[in-house]
Structure formats: C-alpha cells, structure tokens
Design a protein around this ligand. Structure first.
Ligand code: PLP
Length: 225
C-alpha cells in the first residue's frame, strides 16, 4: 500500500467514526506521527496535503522541522527541561506537559522569545505507574497554578491509553478523559483555554474519535505497510 492509500484510508476512517457519533469530521486534526520515517517521506506526505506532524524526540523534531518549516510540528513525547529551548519556536503544540517544573521552563523560554507557547497536559488516566502524566486529582490545582505563567497557555489534555489488543479496551480511558475535560472546560482559569483532546493512535483512533478526541496521533497506519 502506498502512502497516498494509507492517508486516504485513515481519513475515511476518521470520517466514518465522526459521522457515527454525529460529529463534524473537519474538527478532527490528524497528526501524522513521523518518528519512524525520514524527511523525504514526510515531504511526500506534505505534498499529499498532510500538514500536521508529530515527533516524540526533540533531537528529531529539530532537524525535521528545519527541513520542512511550512508544516505544523507537534512534540508528543516526554520532554526534558534542558531540551525545552529547542522546542520553542519550532513546535506549534507540546502534548506532553506532565510536571510543574517543565511548565516553568516552557514559560521562561517562551518569554525569552516573546511568544506564548501552547501545551496540553498529559494525563495518566489509568494511574499506571510506569507512565508519565498527571493523575486526574492533580489536574485542577495544576490549572489554577498555570495562571502564574503568562507565556504558556494550556489548551487541553492528552493521554496514552494502555496498549492492548482490543481497541475497545481503550474506550473507558478516553471516556474518562473527555468527562474530565468537559467538567473543567466551564471553569475560568487564567492562561488556560481548553479546546483540544489529544487521544487515539493507529490502533484505537476511531474509538478515540467516538469518545470526543479532536486531535489524533497516528503513525504506523500512515507510514508503514
Ligand atoms: C509513536 C506515538 C504515537 C503513534 O503511534 P502509532 O501506534 O504508530 O500510531 C502516538 N503518540 C505518541 C506519544 C507516540 O509516541
């Protein structure tokens, strides 16, 4: 299967999943996770109309975004504070804000560049020990505290569902994150504009869309085969 076919299949699946739950497919952002492919393939995808790309490492985000600055680059993997400097001005959105000192460093570096950096809180819904992310009870106090940081804006939540064979197994995780999102959306926090739910990968993006995702992060289904 070609890259073009894969993209078409994924887009059709997005459409079907959205229509199934009466959502507008156009409100769903497809982030093509390009961590396993080289820049030539990414350029090919861009030429086919794919605009958003996700990388999980700063070391890859940097050269790839420099080679294709007209695309929109998302940092989706764990971020070390000493790498934040290289993300600001390159990524349009950080999906993996998972601790307070990282928020402070993003704010500091963004202020140095005179910009406001959008970020999503990564949330560990299932409370899995080996996994990054805030647990749901920590989210409200984090959003309160972000009011102190005027060069970061929290725009939503991201989660990684446990990787299980059956995509349906991810549904309760997605459902719970959406419930938290809807509950907190009505609150008035400073430097917070909750509008994105980043959830769903190759294996379970259709379930994620049915459960309210408006950003999905799909790698294998686009770039492999
Ligand atoms: C690799 C990765 C993805 C994409 O995974 P696929 O199963 O290849 O679609 C999504 N999100 C994150 C954080 C990743 O690291």
């Amino acid at each position: 299967m070609s890259l073009k076919d894969n993209l078409e299949i994924v887009k059709n699946n997005i459409k079907r999943a959205a229509l199934k739950v009466n959502r507008d497919p156009a409100e769903i952002v497809l982030v093509a996770v390009s961590k396993m492919v080289e820049i030539d393939i990414i350029k090919e995808a861009y030429a086919l109309g794919q605009v958003d790309f996700g990388e999980n490492r700063v070391q890859s985000l940097k050269p790839k975004s420099e080679a294709l600055p007209q695309a929109r680059w998302h940092l989706i993997g764990q971020l070390q504070t000493n790498k934040v400097r290289d993300v600001i001005g390159r990524a349009c959105l950080i999906h993996s804000l998972d601790r307070w000192n990282l928020a402070e460093e993003i704010d500091r570096q963004a202020r140095g560049r005179g910009i406001v950096m959008p970020a999503l809180l990564e949330i560990n819904i299932a409370g899995e020990e080996q996994k990054a992310g805030l647990t749901p009870p920590d989210v409200e106090s984090f959003l309160d505290a972000v009011g102190q940081l005027s060069n970061i804006q929290v725009q939503g939540f991201m989660t990684m569902a446990p990787l299980l064979e059956d995509p349906e197994a991810a549904r309760p995780v997605f459902h719970e994150l959406n419930a938290l999102y809807r509950r907190l959306k009505g609150n008035n926090y400073q430097n917070v504009d909750l509008k994105y739910l980043s959830m769903g990968m190759s294996q379970d993006y259709e379930v994620a869309i049915e459960e309210g995702a408006n950003i999905i992060r799909v790698g294998t289904a686009i770039f492999h085969h």
